[in-house]
Design a protein around this ligand. Structure first.
Ligand code: 6PG
Length: 248
């Protein structure tokens, strides 16, 4: 079942269809932003779900995006060096950046190799440099995923970072994964023009149902707290992940 893309939640037959639709949305939004503002700013997430989407942007859709006027950032990063297997930068570099002609100065990675607090401050300075100091950075698009516990970016349930109101990025200790990460904060995420959630696979069915049930209250899960103040959040999910949403 393919549904209308403007709906807040669009269910597709499989993860490949989700990745194809996500990549085509990026191509479309990049043109709109570059035509109106001269550049397109996008922040991406880590994890396994966006990998195919990155590949498509780096291959079949590579010529549909003007990379010289595209600036890429990260919604979060694990505090590891850029060559480390767990690096979100590394996965995007291999699947996408190494395949496209994007100027080095347009790649704004979170320096996971630094001590967490210093890395977060350095990233905040980079955001101020790129977006100016007249308020919160406003990304044209942010790509987010959802963990089985309802986390998004590196905002975890019941974490103090969820109530951060001033900072753009903060270090967080991910208890379950036992590692430090740096994440954009809710005020920055919710200041984006468009948020695109990519959620696929059976293992996400329970949490997607829970988040959807909680959406009206929108308090239980970090992913439920994503409500762009002047933009839109679109959920691209596959049949497996949405298998428990029938009749909702
Ligand atoms: C990270 C991500 C994280 C991810 C979810 C889903 O650094 O791990 O930014 O928020 O989006 O954990 O991960 P999967 O796509 O691997 O299920």
């Amino acid at each position: 079942m393919e549904s209308d893309v403007t709906a807040p939640l669009c269910s597709f037959s499989d993860a490949e269809a989700v990745s194809i639709r996500a990549a085509s949305i990026v191509a479309g939004l990049s043109k709109i932003a570059q035509d109106s503002k001269g550049r397109f700013t996008i922040a991406v997430s880590g994890g396994s779900t966006p990998l195919r989407f990155f590949e498509l942007l780096g291959t079949s859709l590579r010529n549909d995006i003007e990379w010289a006027r595209t600036e890429i950032f990260w919604a979060d990063e694990r505090c590891v060096p850029p060559e480390h297997k767990d690096s979100n930068y590394k996965s995007a570099q291999e699947a996408l950046l190494s395949r496209v002609d994007i100027p080095r100065e347009n790649v704004h990675r979170i320096r996971g190799e630094m001590p967490p607090e210093e890395g977060a401050r350095e990233y905040e300075e980079e955001l101020l440099r790129c977006f100016g100091s007249a308020g919160l950075p406003e990304f044209d698009l942010i790509i987010l995923g959802v963990g089985e516990d309802g986390h998004t970016a590196s905002l975890f349930p019941d974490a103090a970072s969820l109530s951060e109101e001033k900072r753009f990025a903060v270090p967080v200790y991910a208890g379950k994964m036992q590692n430090w990460r740096i994440t954009l904060t809710l005020p920055v995420l919710n200041n984006a023009a468009t948020i695109l959630f990519l959620v696929t696979g059976q293992k996400k069915a329970d949490i997607l149902r829970e988040i959807y049930e909680d959406r009206k209250k929108g308090t239980k899960y970090p992913a439920s707290l994503i409500k762009p103040v002047h933009g839109e959040a679109i959920w691209l999910v596959d049949r497996e992940a949405s298998s428990q949403l029938k009749g909702m």
